[in-house]
Design a protein around this ligand. Sequence first.
Ligand code: SF4
Ligand code: SF4
Length: 488
Amino acid sequence: MNFSKRSPFVKEIMFERIYPSKIILPMKMHYGVPAVPAVKTGDYVRIGQCVGVPQKGAFSVPVHSGISGKVSDISEIRLPNGIITPAVTIVNDMKRTRLDSIKPRSGFKISATETINIIRDAGICGMGGEGIPTAAKLKRARNEIVKDFLVNCLQSEPYSTCDLVAITEYPDYVVMGACACARAVGASRCVFLISENRKEQRKALSNSIDKIKSDFKDLEFDIKLFRERFPQGYYRLVARALYGKNLVLGETLEKSCRAVLFNCSTMLACWEALSDNIPMMSRIVSVTGDASGGHNMLVPIGTPVSELLSNAQDVRNGSDRIIWGNCLTGIEIKDPEHTPVVKTTSVISAVRRAEVPKTPCIHCGLCSECCPMNLSPNTIYEMLNQGLRQKASEEGARDCIACGSCSYVCPAGINLTTAIASFAGEGRIIEVNSLLDNSGLEDMTYDNYEAPALGGTSLLEDYSDDDDNKNKKSSDTITLPFERDKEV
Ligand code: SF4
Ligand code: SF4
């Protein structure tokens, strides 16, 4: 679907920074086992401090605070997606006191293993999808020997523009993060995927590539233009568009196309961790919809949705639904005050409640026309309704990527997506597991992760000199251009 041709979906992009009065940090914002709170009520925490440690021996991700202040509560919360997780609430003292370890890294060589470990310890997970730990995906790509390192700059969801803002505001960081990660996995080509309509962002990426390519002579660079349509960035669609391959469930981009795909905002977070020792503690979120302007807010992770809304005064005008995610596939938020922005929240949508008359299927064929996976959603829906799961499977139901397009276009108001996507959801679990299983990721678990002592430095500080590079295999050694005062 081409939302850019539907004028209400195109917003003027605004960029703001928000300092919330408190943050609520869920211990599970990623694919894997929840972290364990490493602070107690009454503790003082600083910006960058680890407040949630990965469970010993578990596939997990640490959680860091993006504000300074006192821990006021540690209790279980329920996220809109149904996940129940412990959460640490911190009241902002507005002093912005940060850990001493958050400072530019300079003057040393860094190995591929260290690059991946820094990203692991910074708590970075994919910011555009299920929150798969980025280090695990990098490790897997390194094991699979990929050639192409793909950076998804497409952002095709209606209203969302946070990735575009990341590119416009921090193009050098996006490109540097991609180069560093491409080297870490041993790729030879760094390819940025972007919509042909995004001229400003294309120019920003081109300028950054020109600026830094002399530091990465071993890498080829390319910018691939895609048509503006939704959905675009899902890896199976990218495999089809770039390599002409139709991947079946469980087939990976790495194995089938010798490529790996990352979101551009994730690359920005990686470079912040690598260059400035900044763990994943903030992100840009679009606050937008048919009832509001195109706000984009740089917020600490954990910021309550209510604080975003109060900073976007136009949101409430005429809107009566606030959605956690995009308006096609997101989940309605019932309690914005206690619902936080998590690492994977790219957009909060404010939409009017549309009253669609519900009728039986009129066989208009619109759902099949718009399905990016070439399915017949109405046929599959009927099969599932009749309990014919095997037949639905044979009809390709497991290929559904939950894009929401079929429900959106259906004039009969049939919620095709929920039925088909939840059936396919079992397949998605297989898909994600296929990424993580049997791929030599044992060392991506944490044997003994310790939260930094109060007033101490973050775990990232462990990588602040080049001692770790001794005894490294040559294939593990890469050089990143950390030169003092060098502008990136
Ligand atoms: S939600 Fe699934 S069935 Fe519906 S259009 Fe998207 S991919 Fe096709
Ligand atoms: S879009 Fe709705 S009404 Fe049209 S064929 Fe599909 S299910 Fe039936």
